[in-house]
Write a protein that binds this ligand. Sequence first.
Ligand code: AHM
Ligand code: MG
Length: 334
Amino acid sequence: MSRVSLTQYLVEQQREHGHIPGELRLLIEVVARTCKRIAISVNKGALGDVLGSAGTANVQGEVQKKLDVIANELLLEANEWGGNLAAMASEEMDTIHLVPNRYPQGEYLLLYDPLDGSSNIDVNVSIGTIFSVLKKRGNQQGVSEADFLQPGNTQVAAGYCVYGPQTMLVLTVGDGVAMFTLDREMGSWSLTAENVRIPEDTKEFAINMSNMRHWAPPVRRYIDECLAGSTGVRKKDFNMRWVASMVADVHRILTRGGIFMYPWDQREPDKPGKLRLMYEANPMAFLVEQAGGAATNGRQRILDLQPGKLHERVSVILGSKNEVERVTGYHAQG
Ligand code: AHM
Ligand code: MG
């Protein structure tokens, strides 16, 4: 059976649906190709000397793993010469990375978390790459961090690659969500799911329960009610999953539904959350909404938040629509 390749899918989006210009298609293809290279490094593990710490810290003070650094470098190198980008930003870089003068500059901005779920690298659990594409506004020369500070509803494409039992690329260009599986013999991405839909209801939640005593009352109420099961107000039993790799948790939700939360908690009251808005929450929120789900910070739609800085953090509640609306409603009640 011949399957649709990523290139075919994108050309169709470009030609028949008019969703994406050629430059954006090429840019997505470069990101997808780089994910294949990252997958090779991830798969080598100890054989490739890629496990363990790099001995450095990123701008948020987190210790970088060797694979965080390798994946970041691979994405930088692959994307700087293509001519479609103006600049890049990453979880692993303090400031934006301009396309060097020797290459032509395009009008797109690429943001990424090169290797999400870093705590899972050394223990052989699924990890991933998350990316978001914005378009530079205005036609002034040069590019600065301010050009990146656009709300998520302006994203022109977003996706992730999950390095799990299968390596999969999950993508939206604003026309639903498509999933591609890496065919290792062919070295190509094959379309394996299209028009992905998240069921509106679910009986499965994902949250790091060890933080329970620090949560705000609305989150605590929601989880307490789930835990009460069929004898409580929800009148049904819930299941729990927590991979500690957002890509893997979101992938499960896109596949069979569920709700994912990494909420604000009172340990550091001034910190809005753990996850980063621009290269973690926004691309995931775009995918989830495109699949019929919802994503809020408890009070507002994530995609409508105006970022104040590149590495801004945010509280995240996303997944099956009715559950996200319930938790968001609990926040509105006080
Ligand atoms: P990272 O970008 O440093 O890997 O951190 C983000 C990850 C998410 O993938 C995941 O949902 C979360 O951190 C897990 O956090 P915790 O270890 O607190 O459960
Ligand atoms: Mg991350």
